[in-house]
Each structure stands twice: as C-alpha cells, then as structure tokens.
Design a protein. Structure first.
Length: 185
C-alpha cells in the first residue's frame, strides 16, 4: 500500500535507497533537498505526528543520543500499537575505546522465535510462559556518526505479521508504562 509520497508501508528501506527513490530531487542535489529532523530527547517529540510518519520521515531523522533514538522508536511503537525492545548491539574493539556502542538495533517485541529446547521439559516446576514471539520483522537500526556526534537511521522496516495493540491497552504495556519527562509538569 502506498502513501501520498509514493512510499510503500511495511517495506525495508535503506537510507541510500530512500534518497535514490526520491523523485523530487536531482542526483546532484540529494543531500541539499533532504530535510533532516534532529531529535534531542522526549521534549522535542511535541511537533511530531507519530501516527502519520512514513519510512522516508524515519530514515531522515537523526538523534543526539542513543537514548533519544530508543525513546523515538518506543513512542512510534506506542502510536502504532506494538512494543519495542533492544536487540543486537555493535561495539568498538579498538584500544582505548573498548565498549563504546557504534550501532544498535531496536525491534518489535514479537521479533524472533523462542528457543524450543525447554518448552517440553517434564521436570518443570512452573508452567511455561505463553509464547509471544512470532518472527515479526519490524526494526530500526541506528548507527553513530563520530564526525557529527549524532545517531542516524541506517535501516527501517515497519513490516509486522501480527495484530497491533488496541489503543486502550497501549499505555499498560511494559515499554509504554513509565511516565516520560515530557509528561511531567
């Protein structure tokens, strides 16, 4: 399904592909024409209409911190009706900068599959938890840029294979339950 800008929803799009797909700009003016939104925390979410964001909007967003990137995707998930969790992380292994995070993947909480080796054990003391993962592909990959000291979206996929949460239950979910700084008076 295409939106007003011609973007496909539920599609994995790399930043380079998004810029190449932009039919409004010439090849020489790609960087000049693409408007980048810089997010520095929850306080800057007020002007963002999360329910109507497109893949291009997400791909042209930069963050001042990794926490701002997580909060942005978590708020996006709250508006769309899914939960968010942190997945894989990449760290520097160079001498002097060990452990510094250079990329992070945030995923839908239903991404992946549970390891089935413990599901059918006979010696369980407690009943197993319900299976919630269903292989959902929705994710956002953010990468650090040392030159600008910002985090940018490297890849975004909004392809869910499960029903979304009803609006009345979204505030009760684990990743959306906390009171955010922007909501404090």
């Amino acid at each position: 399904m295409q939106d007003a800008n011609g973007w496909m929803s539920g599609e994995t799009v790399l930043v380079e592909e998004a810029e190449a797909m932009d039919s409004y700009t010439a090849d020489a003016d790609i960087n000049a024409e693409v408007a980048v939104r810089i997010i520095d925390g929850i306080g800057s979410f007020g002007a963002i209409e999360f329910s109507s964001l497109t893949a291009k909007d997400v791909l042209t967003t930069e963050f001042t911190s990794l926490q701002a990137a997580y909060d942005y995707y978590n708020e996006f998930g709250c508006m769309k009706g899914f939960l968010v969790r942190m997945s894989k992380v990449g760290r520097i292994t160079k001498q002097g900068a060990e452990g510094k995070i250079i990329w992070q993947i945030f995923v839908c909480s239903r991404e992946g599959e549970h390891d089935g080796k413990h599901m059918h054990r006979e010696d369980r003391k407690k009943d197993p938890r319900p299976i919630t993962r269903c292989g959902c592909e929705a994710q956002i990959n953010v990468h650090a840029d040392d030159a600008s000291r910002r985090w940018f979206v490297e890849q975004f996929c909004d392809n869910h294979n499960h029903p979304m949460l009803d609006a009345r239950f979204r505030g009760l979910s684990r990743s959306h339950r906390a009171v955010k700084e922007g909501n404090l008076h």
